[in-house]
Design a protein around this ligand. Structure first.
Ligand code: NAI
Ligand code: MG
Length: 488
């Protein structure tokens, strides 16, 4: 028998590959736009490619929607709203939303594999988090469809109308669910634009709407890049716009809607702080930090990208963190052992590498694990910076990659002051054995979500959203229904 003490991680020892099979995946070579219940070619005849960022292979060609197509989709949504969806009873609408939830569950394995192929995230994450949570959002909102009067007691509740929704690439299907489930449950119709690097699960979702018998035009899908999104926002016949993505584009959308009465919700970037006190269970805290910034390659708007450690435990926390990070496996997203998959695109990979360079130039000290990464595709090894100052760009700006900035503090007030010193306010985390400190920190941090002794936990019943430049409006829970209803 091998003496366990002679087994070392890395060079001579590793897990045997455990790849998820792709045999059951049947992608079309080309996808049209989904308008009025049918897949149709774009007016321009133009298509773009979506690739697998782990090997740079083309997965499918996807239609590029222009102004004409966007207009056709909005008109289809308007017609479906006026003729069918707004008139339907909540009880009937609920049945469709419920059916969508069931089909997502039935096709869960296929959706998880396609999500990992198109976006680069580890199969463990798409299988255990993205897809089950997507189904849960539809189940949850199916329940509200006929109970809206109870969500807003004493008020008359009616839908808003046609919603234009634009989503990013970090949680492709889950963002579809966050946007579409409340809209449909409340009686609105939708034109959705997914991100250009991850359109495939949204296209499969369009098939699911067909399979569920959703009336034509209630859900429409226009694929394309920023120009398609801008054309959608510009369309004069939208009653509501919902956007998740960068603060820069969020601000541009806000500007372009300023002169119109269109309702708007924005979910933008973040720069979440973890605060670890000396009395915390440090192993548990380290696990939470790893989960919060390294899993999903740091492609999470609420990622815990800043860490504040109480001075007395700094060395211990950093030593434990390094040891844990060295065990992280970076590689094939479809392998069940993989902790960190591929960076979503070459552009995002370049952006992260720029920040790594900037951090070093600013005088911070960079640590990266020694793991190997595949030759093809886009990869960044788990990284953190120490010796950073509040003014450093790597502390102030959203990196959206597996990069953590570590600072120390002496007192609770100092930690709060530093944690709040950012333009963002989406989320945060506190690690301590003392309930009183949890309450002080959760009241003191200006952010929409604060986790205590855990991180990145989501549930459809719980509202999510930001303060300051992280946006406004909430998604999930009773609060998340509000942007999709008119109350009188
Ligand atoms: P982005 O904001 O450009 O993309 C998000 C979505 O908006 C995509 O569907 C895109 O096609 C669309 N879009 C782009 N320009 C538009 C416009 N002018 N009008 C309407 N829609 C438009 O984000 P990008 O370039 O993919 O990532 C850049 C940075 O944004 C990341 O490094 C990260 O810091 C941040 N980000 C934040 C996200 C979040 O969840 N808060 C998600 C994705 C990116
Ligand atoms: Mg892709």
């Amino acid at each position: 028998m091998t003496d366990p003490s002679t087994i070392s991680k890395g060079s001579d020892w590793g897990y045997a590959p455990a790849p998820e099979s792709t045999d059951h995946i049947r992608l079309k070579s080309r996808y049209g736009l989904f308008i009025e219940g049918k897949f149709t070619p774009p007016a321009s005849g133009k298509y773009f490619q979506t690739i697998n960022p782990a090997n740079e292979k083309v997965l499918a060609e996807v239609a590029e929607a222009g102004e004409k197509d966007v207009d056709r989709a909005v008109q289809a949504a308007r017609k479906a709203y006026d003729k069918v969806w707004r008139k339907m009873s909540g009880r009937e609408r609920g049945k469709y939303v419920y059916r969508i939830a069931r089909i997502i569950q039935e096709r869960a394995r296929e959706l998880a594999v396609v999500e990992s192929m198109d976006g680069g995230k580890p199969i463990r994450e798409s299988r255990d988090i993205d897809i089950p949570l997507s189904a849960a959002h539809f189940f949850y909102h199916a329940g509200w469809a006929d109970k809206l009067a109870y969500a807003f007691p004493g008020r008359k509740v009616s839908p808003v109308g046609v919603a234009g929704q634009i989503i990013p690439w970090n949680f492709p299907l889950l963002m579809v669910a966050w946007k579409v489930a409340p809209a449909l449950a409340c009686g609105n119709t939708v034109v959705l634009k997914p991100a250009e690097t991850t359109p495939l699960t949204a296209l499969l979702f369009a098939e699911i709407c067909q399979e569920a018998g959703l009336p034509d035009g209630v859900f429409n899908l226009v694929t394309g890049a920023g120009a398609t999104g801008a054309a959608l926002v510009k369309h004069p016949d939208l009653d509501k716009v919902a956007f998740t993505g960068s603060t820069e584009v969020g601000k541009a959308i806000q500007k372009s809607l300023a002169a119109r009465g269109t309702k708007l919700t924005l979910e933008l970037g973040g720069k979440a702080a973890h605060i670890i006190f000396e009395d915390a269970t440090l192993d548990q805290a380290v696990e939470g930090i790893v989960n919060g910034i390294y899993f999903n390659q740091g492609h999470v708007c609420c990622a815990g990208s800043r860490l504040f450690v109480q001075e007395s435990v700094e060395e211990e926390v950093i030593a434990k963190l390094k040891a844990r990070m060295e065990t992280l496996i970076v590689g094939d997203p479809l392998d069940k052992n993989t902790d960190i998959g591929a960076i979503n695109s070459r552009a995002q990979c370049d952006r992260i590498n720029d920040y790594l360079r900037i951090g070093v130039e600013e005088g911070a000290e960079l640590f990266q694990t020694r793991c190997t990464v595949p030759g093809k595709g886009f990869w960044v090894r788990p990284s953190f910076f120490t010796k950073v100052a509040q003014s450093h760009r790597i502390v102030q700006e959203e990196i959206f990659g597996p990069v953590l900035a570590i600072q120390t503090f002496r007192t609770l007030n100092e930690a709060l002051e530093k944690a709040n010193n950012t333009p963002y306010g989406l989320s945060g985390g506190v690690w301590t054995d003392k309930g009183s400190k949890i309450f002080k920190v959760t009241r003191g941090i200006r952010a929409g979500v604060i986790w205590a002794n855990t991180f990145n936990k989501f549930d459809p019943t719980s509202p999510f959203g930001g303060y300051k430049e992280s946006g406004y409006g909430r998604e999930g829970g009773r609060h998340g229904l509000k942007p999709y209803v008119e109350l009188s």
